[in-house]
Design a protein around this ligand. Structure first.
Ligand SMILES: C[S@@+](CC[C@H](N)C(=O)[O-])C[C@H]1O[C@@H](n2cnc3c(N)ncnc32)[C@H](O)[C@@H]1O
Length: 432
């Protein structure tokens, strides 16, 4: 396909996403099924265009003065890809399979595109109803924080230290030029150029043999900050597919015991194959059974309960750029109720002096600090561990990390702008 034909296809996919309010991935898959002639490079390029357009939807449509998939694409090519008017006109040529030529008004808009007078939610590319929440956390920096959350994310890997070392995996994956992550001692980062195919990591021998897992550096750090130690008794209460469980098992050197559960059986099911591949022997999966409390026998004996809480996912907008436009205020309220319930469920499991690691991939205080403050009001026997102690697990980089992250009395917040990771909040609640 020509570059112009790819743009037409991407506009078609954006139109489908908007008309049927469906996830970008589903719309892209359907397009692929209906256009089997398109090769894998074409598909990757079209997906790159669609995701970049979604990342910059508010700012692109603002500069073009209309909210349509075509305006979204034109504005994105200018603002995100940095193409000038003539380069865009060459793509919007009206030739066979190319989009219609730009009108005079469109040319003028593209030429004059700038965000100098745009309101924060437009320049930062986030939904307007989040503006109050973003202002509460980031103040004047919310435009830059929003823009960093709208940027493309690198591909991060966690090296499974139960099987291999970071240096050997760096050599194994040399064709992708992986770099050690800045903070996590077990992370590798691969930067993917815009519109290029993401490396097929799942087909790599390193992955198949359990040497690496795909996991954002922020998620790796959240697991590290729990301070899980060899020999401990740990509950992973929201284990889902097991990303954090696997990281905890490696930190605990396959000793002690991790009880992994989740309220949703389907989300839990991939964990079995992942544990097997990673060579993990200290995890017991507790699959939920109706309304029975499956953790009854663990009351009062647990050192650490990890809560990777269900949340808005605002911190992972880099990886799910369409999710931010689909989210509604009602969904946030439901998540907050779940978070409160899951925090309270952790308390009776702890032995005296035990701790809860509360984690979200959200940047909103409603799901982070406000949850912690409400928890402390309900459970005065707990206190928040000081962030410098939490970050001490990073050794000498711990100090720099506490300068980079957003620290409060409630915990620490990572963001793409501040720590170069997805947005993650971590609070360690210790029972006195
Ligand atoms: C952020 S995801 C977990 C991701 C997982 N820990 C990982 O690292 O791959 C949150 C999980 O919480 C689960 N969940 C939602 N409400 C819950 C509750 N009340 N108790 C336990 N888990 C819950 C969801 O099913 C979801 O799998």
């Amino acid at each position: 396909m020509t570059p112009a034909a790819r743009i037409s296809a991407a506009i078609e996919v954006l139109t489908d996403i908007e008309a049927r309010r469906r996830p970008a991935n589903d719309a892209l898959k359907d397009w692929g099924l209906a256009h089997r002639f398109a090769g894998s490079s074409d598909r990757a390029a079209i997906a790159g265009l669609v995701y970049d357009a979604l990342r910059r939807r508010a700012s692109s449509t603002y500069v073009m003065g209309e909210v349509t998939p075509r305006a979204n694409m034109l504005g994105m090519l200018r603002l995100e890809r940095g193409l000038d008017v003539e380069a865009i006109a060459a793509l919007f040529s009206g030739a066979r399979f190319a989009p219609e030529p730009m009108s005079d008004a469109e040319r003028e808009r593209v030429a004059a595109a700038n965000l100098d007078d745009a309101p924060p939610h437009i320049a930062g590319d986030y939904p307007e109803w989040f503006d109050g929440s973003f202002a509460a956390v980031f103040g004047e920096a919310r435009v830059e924080e929003g823009a960093a959350l709208a940027a493309r994310a690198p591909l991060d890997l966690r090296v499974n230290t139960l099987k291999v070392e970071r240096d050997s995996e760096t050599a194994e994956l040399a064709e992708y030029n992986p770099e050690p992550t800045g903070w996590s001692p077990v992370g590798l980062r691969i930067v993917v150029a815009p519109g290029s195919r993401s490396p097929a990591i799942q087909s790599e021998p390193s992955f198949i043999k359990g040497g690496i897992e795909i996991q954002d550096e922020g998620s790796q750090l959240a697991a590290l900050f729990s301070g899980a130690r060899p020999g401990e008794q740990v509950v992973d209460l929201c284990a889902g597919g097991g990303g954090k469980t696997l990281a905890l098992a490696a930190m605990m050197e396959n000793t002690g015991q991790i009880f992994a559960t989740d309220t949703d059986k389907r989300r839990l099911s991939p964990i079995h194959a992942r544990l097997e591949r990673a060579g993990i022997r200290n995890v017991q999966v507790r699959t939920p059974r109706g309304s029975t409390e499956i953790l009854e026998d663990l009351k009062g004996v647990i050192d650490l309960v990890l809560i990777d809480a269900p949340c808005s996912g605002t911190g992972s907008w880099r990886r799910n750029p369409d999710a931010k436009w689909r989210m509604r205020p009602g969904a946030l309220e439901i998540r907050q109720k779940d978070q409160t319930a899951v925090l309270d469920r952790a308390v009776p499991l702890l032995k005296p002096g035990g701790r809860i690691a509360y984690i979200t991939c959200s940047v909103l205080d409603e799901e982070n600090g406000a949850q912690i403050r409400a928890f402390l009001a309900r459970h005065p026997a707990f206190s928040v561990e000081k962030p410098d102690r939490v970050a001490a697990v990073l050794g000498e980089r711990g100090y720099l990390f506490t300068k980079a992250a957003l620290i409060s009395g409630d915990g620490l917040l990572m963001t793409p702008r501040r720590t170069g990771t997805d947005g993650f909040f971590v609070s360690i609640l210790r029972q006195n």
